[in-house]
Design a binder for this molecule. Sequence first.
Ligand code: FES
Ligand code: FES
Length: 399
Amino acid sequence: MRKISIEINGAIATAEVEARTQLADFLRGERFLTGTHIGCEHGVCGACTVLIDGCLARSCITFAVACDGAKVTTIEGLRDDPIMANLRAAFSAHHALQCGYCTPAMLIACRDIVMRLPDADEPRVRLELSGNLCRCTGYVGIVAAVKEVLEKRGMSDARPANPRTELGPVGARAPAASQLGQRTVRRPVTDGNIPRSAIRDTLGAEQWRAVDTRGVELAQTFRVPFPRERVWEFFADLEQVARCMPGARLTTPPLNGRAEGEVGVKLGPIVGAFAGALEVERDDRRFGGVVRCAGRDARSGSNAHAVISYHVHALGEATSRVDVSVKFLLTGALAQFGRSGLVRDVVSHLTAMFAVNLETSLSGKPIPKDASAVLDAASLARAALWSRIRALFSKLTGN
Ligand code: FES
Ligand code: FES
């Protein structure tokens, strides 16, 4: 159990929670704030949307412990908010709800649009609402309600408000310094390029502690028909190793066991290009090493951290066994797919492909192009994994 303190709707709530407790369960089960609804529990439908430090967040995929020191606002906390009052009236006037299941979160998302985007037109409103699914209304009334409130505010010269300035403990606005203590504040990435400083941050000790406590671990073993010394020597060359990993490439030459690179993934709705850095520690006496990799996908704002430990064992003179243990943590929008076991399957598949490419490389043959390109559906189809992934997406989207 971990002790946390969260400001919820203006009042400090202190409690002991399991590390795995999601914020949505904490709000509903512990604080009885049942206006936060739970639909998919995968970060897809948006029914659980709340504000964390002023920004929209999926409470079903946000750990309560990650919100320690943050400000959380639920629909109940917006009862007296003037924009929310306007939206409630407009929803009623435009018949923007039927069963009402999506409505609390939809109202919070609509308020966010009104505050941030005073000039939003209908396509923009629809785009902004694409993260909140409504199974009843067809969105016509909801969009009309938002437009009406936007127009009325435009006529009254109300100032747009944008509370988003810095990233805080759960990826939203930074908390007050007194709440922050010694925590590192991450700056937002403003375009597709990863600033050098961000790469350094991603390799900070704080990040690795999170991988240790919250990461998903999997272990794999594979054999290669080459002597241990030969395999060990191969692992010392980071460029060769990167070439064996589907979708990966180095963007800077390795120096003192560190390098920068990127990994491309394209699997249905998971489209990412993680750019980041890695560092390697090797122990020649034990034929073992540890690789720490951290990357950020600028498009989705997701972060990936992985700690890969490996050992090369001699199985006789001409064969080696490689034991690999991967511990990884995905945060941000793409983390929704981590809970399904999908990421575990993909990492497992990647390790298997790496083993095949390693053997090819050690044999002095070139790695086939389609085995080193972006990790995509086609490469997984050959591993009979794609049908599982498709089934998962159908379940998530209801199609
Ligand atoms: S319940 Fe959280 S996004 Fe669906
Ligand atoms: S009103 Fe029923 S889901 Fe939106």
